[in-house]
Design a protein around this ligand. Structure first.
Ligand SMILES: Nc1nc2c(ncn2[C@@H]2O[C@H](COP(=O)(O)OP(=O)(O)O)[C@@H](O)[C@H]2O)c(=O)[nH]1
Ligand SMILES: [Mg+2]
Length: 427
C-alpha cells in the first residue's frame, strides 16, 4: 500500500499548515526530512531538510501517531509547518521525491480509516457532512453522525436480532421444525415487532438532505397578493420581479437564506388562479402546487382562508389604509413594503423550523440510510407476520444484511467513490 501525504489544513497563506503523511513508509519518510522523530504523540521541534540536498526547507513541529491506534489505522506523521504557499510546495515536492510516497486523493485519509475499521460508513458520511456544514443545525447533526450515533444504534438493534436468531436456532436444534415451543415463537415475534417500530421511528427522522438544503418555505396565494414582494423582503434582495400585473411570476423562484443558525430555502410561486392564465402561467401554477406539496412551511397570502389547513395565513399589505388591523382568521399582519410584521414572521418561521429539526439527541439520516432502514423495517414486519419459524429466521438475516449495508460492512464499494469524491484532499 502506498504512503500518502497532503496538506490537511486550510488554504494558504495561513499561520500554520499541517502536512499529513499516512502509510507504512510514513515514519521513514519523515526521518529523511527531520533526522530523528519525537516520541509518539509528543510534539518535537525539528529542522526539516530536503533529503537529497540537505537544504533547510522549514522548521516546524513533528508529531507521530503509530498505527493501528491512529486516525487512519496506519502510521501517521503530522508536520506543522509555516503556512505559506512556497513552504507547502517545497515540503510537498521533497516528500514527492521519496519512493513509495504520493499525493493523497480527495478523502483518502478518511477512506483508509474506513478500510481499517477505525470508523464505519455512517461516521464517514457524517464527517463529509461536517466538512460542508454551514449552519449550527447542520454541524450538530453531522457531528452526531460522525461520532457514531447511527452506528451505535444499529449495533444495538443488531445485537437484539442476534439474540432472537440464537434462540430460534437453539429451539430448532432441540425440536422439530413444526414443534418449536410457543414461547420462542411469541417472544421472537414481539422482539421483531418492537424493533420494526424503533426503526420506523428513525426512518421518519429529518433528512440530512433537507437539513443541508434548508427548510423549504413556500410563499403561495392568488396573483397580486404580494408574494414576490415578500420573498424579496425576506431574502433582503430583489430575487423576484414585482409588478401590479397579475401573472407576473410564472416560474418557481428559490432563494437560500441563513438565519439564526438555520438554513431556509424560500420559494416564490406563481399565483394560483383558475381562469385567465395562459399556457405558460398554467405550467407555473402546476409547479406552485407541487412546491406547496413539498414545502415544510407554507405561507399563504390572501384575504380568503388558505385551502391548505397547515399553511400559515398572512394578512398582507397592512400598510395600506384600511388594512392596518388584523381581521379575524389570519395568523399575522405583515407589510413587505413597510417591513411591519416581518420580524414577527421570522420568529414564527424560526419556531416552526425548530419544531421540524429539533432535538439535541434526534438523529438525522440520509436518503441511502433511509432506503436501507425502510427495507429492514419491512422485512422485520414480514417476519412478525410469518408463522413459519424458518422464514422468520430468514427475515432476521435480511434485516441484518440491510444493517451491514448501512454501516458499510457489506456492499461498500459502490458508495465509497461517490462519498469520498465530496471530500477535500488532505481529509
Ligand atoms: N402597499 C403595498 N403594496 C404591496 C405590498 N406587497 C406588494 N405590493 C404591491 O402589490 C403588487 C403585487 O405584488 P407582487 O409581489 O408582484 O405580488 P404577487 O403577484 O403575489 O407576486 C405590486 O404592485 C406591489 O408593489 C405591500 O406590502 N404593501
Ligand atoms: Mg409574483
Amino acid at each position: 500500500m502506498d504512503t500518502i501525504f497532503a496538506v490537511s489544513s486550510g488554504a494558504a497563506p495561513a499561520a500554520i499548515s499541517i502536512l499529513r503523511i499516512s502509510g507504512p513508509q510514513a515514519f521513514a519518510a519523515a526521518r529523511l526530512l527531520s533526522g530523528t522523530l519525537p516520541a509518539p504523540r509528543v510534539a518535537g521541534l525539528r529542522a526539516l531538510r530536503d533529503p537529497a540536498t540537505g537544504t533547510l526547507l522549514d522548521r516546524g513541529l513533528v508529531l507521530v501517531f503509530p498505527g493501528p491506534d491512529s486516525a487512519t489505522g496506519e502510521d501517521i506523521v503530522e508536520l506543522h509547518i509555516h503556512g505559506g504557499r512556497a513552504t507547502q510546495r517545497a515540503l510537498e515536492a521533497a516528500l514527492g521525491t521519496i519512493a513509495g510516497l504520493r499525493q493523497a486523493e480527495p478523502g483518502e485519509f478518511t477512506r483508509r480509516a474506513l478500510e481499517h475499521g477505525r470508523i464505519d460508513l455512517t461516521e464517514a458520511e457524517g464527517l463529509g457532512d461536517l466538512l460542508s456544514a454551514e449552519t449550527e443545525h447542520q454541524r450538530r447533526a453531522a457531528l452526531r453522525l460522525s461520532e457514531g450515533g447511527l452506528r451505535q444504534q444499529i449495533e444495538r438493534w443488531n445485537d437484539r436480532l442476534v439474540d432472537v436468531a440464537a434462540s430460534i436456532e437453539a429451539a430448532l436444534d432441540f425440536s422439530d421444525e413444526d414443534d418449536v415451543p410457543e414461547a420462542v415463537t411469541a417472544e421472537s415475534a414481539s422482539v421483531l415487532a418492537a424493533l420494526a417500530d424503533e426503526i420506523g421511528a428513525v426512518v421518519v427522522a429529518p433528512s440530512v438532505e433537507r437539513l443541508r438544503d434548508g427548510v423549504r418555505v413556500v410563499i403561495a396565494g392568488p396573483p397580486n397578493s404580494g408574494k414576490s414582494t415578500l420573498i424579496n423582503r425576506l431574502a433582503g434582495r430583489d430575487a423576484a420581479i414585482v409588478s401590479p400585473t397579475a401573472g407576473t411570476t410564472r416560474d418557481r423562484i428559490e432563494v437560500s437564506v441563513m438565519r439564526s443558525g438555520v438554513a431556509y430555502l424560500l420559494v416564490d410561486t406563481a399565483g394560483l388562479r383558475d381562469d385567465g392564465a395562459d399556457e405558460i402561467e398554467r405550467i407555473g401554477i402546476g409547479r406552485a402546487i407541487d412546491a406547496i406539496a413539498a414545502g415544510d412551511i407554507v405561507l399563504w397570502l390572501d384575504d380568503v382562508a388558505p385551502p391548505y389547513p397547515s399553511a400559515m395565513w398572512l394578512h398582507a399589505r397592512c400598510d395600506i389604509p384600511g388594512r392596518a388591523s388584523l381581521p379575524p382568521g389570519p395568523d399575522l399582519a405583515i407589510s413587505a413594503a413597510s417591513g411591519e410584521g416581518i420580524s414577527a414572521l421570522w420568529s414564527l418561521l424560526e419556531e416552526q423550523a425548530g419544531r421540524l429539526w429539533v432535538g439535541a439527541d434526534e438523529m438525522t439520516i440520509n436518503a441511502r440510510q433511509r432506503a436501507l432502514l425502510t427495507s429492514a423495517e419491512a422485512v422485520l414486519r414480514d417476519g412478525v407476520a410469518e408463522s413459519d419459524i424458518l422464514l422468520r429466521a430468514e427475515a432476521i438475516r435480511s434485516a441484518r444484511a440491510a444493517f451491514d449495508s448501512v454501516t458499510g460492512r457489506a456492499d461498500v464499494e459502490a458508495v465509497l467513490d461517490a462519498l469520498f469524491g465530496r471530500f477535500c484532499i488532505g481529509k
